[in-house]
Write a protein that binds this ligand. Sequence first.
Ligand SMILES: *Cc1c(COP(=O)(O)O)cnc(C)c1O
Length: 437
Amino acid sequence: MSGLYARESQSISRMAHLRFFPQAVVGGRGAYLTGDDGRQVLDFSASWGSASLGHSHPAICAAVNRALSDQAGASYLSSANEPCVLLAEKLLSLGPERASGRVWFGHSGSDANETVARMVTAATGRPRILAFEGAYHGGTVGSMAVSGHPAQQGARAAGLTLVPYPNSYAAGSAEAARDATLSHLERLFATEFAPDEVAAFFIEPIQSDGGMLVPPDGFFQAVEALCRKHGILLVSDEVKVGIGRSGRFHAYEHSGIEPDIVVFGKGLGGGLPISAVVGPEALMNHAAAFSLQTVHGNPVCAAAALAVLETIERERLAENATRTGGILRAALDRLASRHALIGDVRGHGLALGVELVSDAASRAPAAREAALTVYRAFELGLVLYYVGVRSNVLEFTPPLTVTAEEAEKGVAILDQALTDVRDGKIGEDVLCGFAGW
Ligand SMILES: *Cc1c(COP(=O)(O)O)cnc(C)c1O
């Protein structure tokens, strides 16, 4: 264990820790991070997708330096600033049409989803919210309240109803998964409560922390039709898989739907803290001083986000997510044919998941093997975490700038890690202190 990692525990609380291996970082460039031991490791998490352009991207450095060298205040609460206005104009130009009214800025996916949950119930007067089992919408009281991830310790909202996210792999087919959730929804509306009590349905266009679940074809179109029929607002949480990562700018585009409200975070700031909500004017102007934190609308973070959006366009990074994501996916499919531990490979673009199972027929989750695999991969030079309600899905969210060569190199490291775990070369004791989630 490195010196920095050991020292950290003497000064920093564990409460925000979600640790999988003893990594201590002193720098980074592109898809690589530098450890305090001087080692370069390939980063296939990008801090859970936040470092969307990789580390130290020159466009972000330039934008941040410019904004900081003549700083237009620190907040948009009590004054307008140009980076926020430019960023809002840019986000509105990217659609969808239904949502293109006004933009709210926050620091994180959590404060953004919390704001939406408060705003939709206050503005519509409807008390209920729908979300999915396994959904991660944030770590604050109000965002945990509308989430369904079992690792969370916060209480759910009184008006929240969780619906199973269709899991094609577990159900045996996409059709079975889709039909089960749709009939569950219709039964809820017929027997539990009237649909016109529901203000909004929070969806993840790909359920990332719940296990990188890709919705079956036609599923979200059917959900959208139900929402329209009953006047329920459709909220697309694009925090992890949006902004080019899926191969489209918005991940909901894969489902052919148009949400009323879109939530952005993580990769929007390219590593700086900023989130955004885009929605219709009537909702987004619900009330002044309704949801604010002092340095919301920080011009330095907004300038970074604008640079992210411009760079994604200029460098065609959504196209790169499709192309390089396809190469990564093909390499993972090849691994799956050689490693019995791999039960399923799924995702879109550079949002990919690999589900590990101890038995292909029963699909029994291989959580211990997932923990050992990411630990071993780190030792061999690859940063990768796992997600899923059963803690057995390796998550791939590398920088959108990742190259084909880096994709192949990462998979070669994973190949070795899986082999070492299968051969029993990694002792359980390494996991002490790395419980993950
Ligand atoms: C990470 C995440 C959030 C919360 O974002 P924070 O920046 O951690 O507050 C919300 N929704 C989704 C889908 C996420 O992946």
